[in-house]
Write a protein of this length. Structure first.
Length: 437
C-alpha cells in the first residue's frame, strides 16, 4: 500500500526539485568531462605530448569511471542512494581542483583517475534514485530530462573553454570544475532517501515518514489503509549472480553491449572532437566555436527523446536514435567544409545524446529494487571499458595515418551494431510499474 501511495502522488514541486537537484550533479559531471576535451589540445602543445599520451589522459578518467560505477552502484544497494551520491560528488570535485595544480603528465593522470571514479559512481546512482521517485506514466520523460542536464554541462564546458582557456590558461578551467563540492550541502538538505530502498532494507518507519511528508507537501489527504503490505518489504542482499539469473540474462547481455558501444562512441568522438576539427585546418578559437554549436544540438535531441520515450517506448526510441547516430557519424566523417562539419556534427550530437537519455531511462527499469543500483552500476562500468579504450584507439589510428573519414566510419558501424542488439534483445518497459517489469 505504501508504494501505491507513492505512485499515486500528483506531479508537484517535489518531483521538479528532485529533478533539478540530481540534474545539477549531471551538469557538473558533464562540465568536468567536457573541460578535459577542450584542455587536451592546449595541454598537448604546452607539454609536448604525443597523441597516445593525450589519449591516455582521456582514457584514465574512464578507468576510474568504470571502477566507480561498479563500486558505487553495488554499495548504493547496501548503504543507500543519497549517501553514495553525496560522497561521489565530493570526490570528483576535490580531484578536479587538484588537476589545476598538476605539475606533470603523471600527476594529471592520477588526479583524472579519481575524477573519473567520482563521476562514474554518481551517474547510475542518481538515475536509480530519480527512477524510483518519478511517476510511472512520466518516468521515461523525467529520466531523459535528467540526462539533458548533461548537454547543459557540455555547453558550460565549451563556454569555459572559449572564454577562459585562451585568456587565463587551462588551470582556471579545472578550478571552476571544482565548484560542485558546495553543491553537496544542497543534496543533504533537500534530497530524500529512496522509499523503495528503505523498504528493501526493512526500514518501514522511515519510508512511511517520507511518503507522509510528501503527501502533506503536495496537499494529498490519504484516508485509506496505512499499513505496509508484507510483499512491499523484501529484505534481500544484492548478489552479482542475480544479474545472470534466467529472468535477467538477456537484459544484462543487451545492456552491457549497448553501454559498451554507446560509451565507446561518445568518448571516442567527443574527447577528440576539438582536436580533430582543429586538425582539419580551422583556427583554434574557431574550433571552440564550431564545437559549441555542435554541443547546443544536444538539447533538442534530449527533448525529442523525452517526448518519444513515453509515446512509442524505450526500445524503439533507442533503436531509432542509435541508427541515426550511425548515419550522422558516417556523413560527418566525409565532411570537408565548415558548413558540413557543423551540420552533420549537430545531427550526430542530436541523436547521440538523445540515445544517452533513453539508455539512462531504460537501464534501472530492467532490474528489481534489490539489485537496481548494482545492475545499473555494472552496466555503466562495462560501458566505461569501451570509453577508456576509445580515446586511446583513436590516438593510435591518427598516429598510424588514418584520417577523420576512417575514424568516423568505425563509429558509424558501432552505432548500427548496438541498435541491432536493442531491437533484438530489448523488452518494452513503457508505463510499467517498477515492481512489475
Amino acid at each position: 500500500m505504501l508504494l501505491q501511495r507513492l505512485e499515486a502522488l500528483p506531479m508537484g514541486s517535489f518531483h521538479y526539485k528532485l529533478l533539478f537537484i540530481t540534474g545539477l550533479g549531471w551538469l557538473f559531471d558533464a562540465m568536468d568531462t567536457g573541460i578535459i576535451g577542450f584542455v587536451l589540445p592546449v595541454l598537448g602543445k604546452e607539454w609536448g605530448l604525443a597523441a597516445t599520451q593525450m589519449g591516455a589522459i582521456g582514457s584514465i578518467g574512464l578507468v576510474g569511471m568504470a571502477i566507480g560505477a561498479v563500486i558505487a552502484g553495488s554499495i548504493a544497494d547496501r548503504f543507500g542512494r543519497k549517501t553514495v551520491f553525496s560522497a561521489t560528488v565530493i570526490m570528483y570535485s576535490i580531484a578536479t581542483g587538484l588537476c589545476a595544480i598538476s605539475w606533470s603528465y603523471e600527476s594529471l593522470l592520477l588526479f583524472r583517475f579519481f575524477v573519473g571514479f567520482g563521476l562514474g559512481g554518481e551517474l547510475p546512482v542518481a538515475a536509480t534514485l530519480m527512477s524510483e521517485y518519478a511517476p510511472t506514466n512520466l518516468r521515461g520523460r523525467f529520466i531523459v530530462l535528467l540526462e539533458s542536464f548533461w548537454g547543459v554541462g557540455w555547453i558550460c564546458a565549451a563556454c569555459i573553454a572559449y572564454l577562459f582557456i585562451p585568456v587565463y590558461g587551462w588551470h582556471y578551467a579545472f578550478l571552476i570544475g571544482a565548484l560542485p563540492a558546495i553543491y553537496v550541502f544542497f543534496i543533504r538538505l533537500h534530497m530524500p532517501e529512496s522509499v523503495r530502498y528503505l523498504l528493501s532494507k526493512g526500514r518501514v518507519a522511515e519510508a512511511q515518514k517520507i511518503v507522509s511528508d510528501l503527501e502533506n507537501k503536495l496537499g494529498v489527504k490519504y484516508t485509506g489503509d496505512l499499513t505496509v503490505k508484507p510483499e512491499e518489504i523484501k529484505v534481500e542482499k544484492p548478489h552479482l549472480k542475480d544479474l545472470w539469473s534466467r529472468k535477467y540474462l538477456a537484459r544484462t547481455i543487451m545492456l552491457w553491449i549497448v553501454w559498451f558501444g554507446i560509451v565507446y562512441s561518445y568518448y571516442g568522438i567527443f574527447t577528440w572532437l576539438p582536436a580533430i576539427v582543429y586538425q582539419q585546418g580551422f583556427a583554434f578559437v574557431k574550433t571552440f566555436e564550431y564545437v559549441l554549436l555542435i554541443t547546443f544540438a544536444q538539447l533538442p535531441g534530449y527533448f525529442c527523446a523525452a517526448w518519444l520515450v513515453d509515446k512509442i517506448g524505450r526500445k524503439y526510441t533507442l533503436s531509432i536514435f542509435l541508427c541515426m547516430s550511425g548515419v550522422a557519424s558516417y556523413f560527418f566523417g566525409q565532411s570537408d567544409t565548415a558548413q558540413m562539419i557543423i551540420f552533420w556534427g549537430c545531427v550526430m550530437s542530436f541523436f547521440n545524446l538523445g540515445a544517452w537519455g533513453v539508455v539512462y531511462t531504460y537501464t534501472p527499469e530492467l532490474y528489481p529494487t534489490s539489485i537496481r543500483a548494482m545492475g545499473s552500476g555494472w552496466a555503466a562500468g562495462i560501458g566505461r571499458i569501451g570509453g577508456m579504450a576509445a580515446p586511446f584507439v583513436v590516438g593510435i589510428m591518427l598516429e598510424a595515418g588514418s584520417d577523420m573519414h576512417t575514424v568516423f566510419y568505425m563509429f558509424a558501424a558501432v552505432f548500427v551494431i548496438i541498435a541491432i542488439a536493442v531491437f533484438s534483445l530489448g523488452i518494452e518497459t513503457k508505463r510499467k510499474n517498477l515492481e512489475n517489469i
